[in-house]
Design a protein around this ligand. Sequence first.
Ligand code: HEM
Length: 117
Amino acid sequence: MEFLRHLVVLVHLVGFALLFGAWAVEAFGGRRHITRLMNWGLAVAAAAGLALAAPWGTEGELNYAKIGVKLVILLVIGALLGIGSARQRKNGSAPSALFWSIGVLTLVNAGIAVLWV
Ligand code: HEM
């Protein structure tokens, strides 16, 4: 059971890597587009994160305040991806404040995951 939970953590990390990696490619490539890979990364991180939010395969107590904050931030990132893609379709590019917020909030969620104990 514990092994299975670690496997789901690995999937969760793959989701984070896809989202943040896809964002970093755009940020450093200078194109600053919202891409499909970002949506996939978010979906994978969300599905695995929700599975990890249930108390199975773990000895310790779960920190539900932390999990709740991460869920709210994930929903905000999802909204930004949605609004950004729509604006991109209309104007050819997403507003830069919106684009940067996606990367920063993704990093904030990873920071909360590892620093909030
Ligand atoms: C963009 C969104 C997210 C990012 C970047 C992210 C990032 C991370 C990272 C890097 C870890 C590993 C921490 C460690 O091993 O100590 C982690 C663990 C975890 N995440 Fe997330 N996360 C996100 C969304 C969510 C959501 C939405 C939930 C639940 C609703 C969630 C629940 C969890 C839980 C419960 C763990 C701990 C797993 C364990 O040690 O048993 N995450 N997250």
